[in-house]
Design a protein around this ligand. Structure first.
Ligand SMILES: [Zn+2]
Length: 320
């Protein structure tokens, strides 16, 4: 859809009924009109949530293979939640969804899990041009503030920030166990297009970049802060966002979900209020398969953790 300037009243007008949500999903999924997955025929009839091909007689469910498959929530509710999330600066917790939209806590928890899965960057969205890459430790401090005696919650992440003139373009972040050449290369290969100019510090883990299809520039200064200013800005923003969203530092096990959400939000930061993030979320939800069993596995632990969130007052920090 081309309209990237959805307002609150547009949203309410357009997506107030199950039928209007279905019609919209069909348009997003098949911009040229629905096609039969078997014979590619274009003469299809819809019966509720099922499409039937008049050519080969095959019938298929409209939402099969998407995140909305088998959900007990109505599409109107799904759309309300996605709209709500898209208009928040911070990430949301299930408790906030419950309080703001009246969605039950456990449903809210599952929905957030699914939507974060939809926020994972797709392979085709590789960073390009000139990109700063660096590692940083995050966490620890926030847990300490909670009075937690365990201070080893520091996590190493590797980050990439695309340079867009004087500001930051798109970003990628990922947790890594250590800053070995292998871990760094895995991240770079899955995040940056071959041929990209990569700026790093002098760490030996990056030394092979030039022989692997990238243009490697090393910046060494006494103060690393000055060498890679964009990455450092990003670390600060990311820590602030995690703290503002979760009120505490997430467990290592769940950090990736939040990093994906952060990345998605950061990469859509200029359009959050214009509805573009909502539209992207709908598109991604349509190509993200339903949640698998292992995704649900850890649910109870996380649920308990969220109930013990600390209150937080600085909701108004400018983020991006
Ligand atoms: Zn057919």
């Amino acid at each position: 859809m081309e309209d990237y300037h959805l307002t609150q009243s547009d949203f309410e007008r357009w997506f107030s009924t199950q039928e209007s949500c279905i019609e919209y999903l069909i348009k997003v999924r098949w911009p040229q009109g629905p096609r039969c997955p078997k014979c590619q025929g274009t003469r299809l009839w819809r019966y509720g949530m099922t499409l039937k091909c008049s050519g080969c007689r095959a019938s298929f469910r409209l939402l099969a293979g998407t995140m909305f498959q088998d959900s007990h929530l109505s599409l109107v509710d799904w759309f309300r939640i996605m709209w709500f999330i898209s208009n928040q600066k911070f990430g949301l917790t299930a408790m906030e969804l419950h309080k703001s939209l009246g969605i039950s806590y456990s449903t809210g928890w599952n929905i957030l899990r699914k939507l974060r899965k939809a926020m994972v960057p797709a392979g085709g969205e590789l960073l390009t041009g000139t990109v700063e890459v660096d590692e940083a430790f995050i966490g620890g401090l926030i847990d300490g503030a909670k009075g937690d005696s365990k201070t080893s919650n520091q996590v190493l992440v590797v980050m990439a920030a695309e340079l867009d003139g004087k500001s930051i373009g798109r970003v990628r972040v990922q947790q890594i166990p250590s800053a070995t050449e292998e871990n760094l290369f895995d991240f770079i290969r899955s995040s940056l297009k071959i041929g990209t100019t990569v700026i790093t510090d002098g760490w030996m883990g990056y030394q092979g970049l030039g022989n692997n299809g990238y243009l490697h520039k090393v910046k060494i200064m006494n103060q690393e802060k000055k060498a890679l200013p964009n990455i450092h800005k990003m670390v600060t923003l990311m820590k602030r966002w995690l703290l503002g969203s979760l009120k505490k530092f997430p467990n290592k096990e769940y950090l990736d979900y939040y990093l994906d959400e952060y990345t998605f939000r950061f990469n859509h930061r200029r359009a959050i209020m214009g509805g573009q993030m909502f539209l992207r979320l709908v598109e991604k939800a349509l190509i993200t398969p339903p949640l698998m069993r292992e995704d649900i596995r850890a649910r109870n632990i996380e649920e308990q953790k969220l109930f013990f969130e600390l209150p937080m007052s600085n909701q108004d920090i400018p983020l991006f």
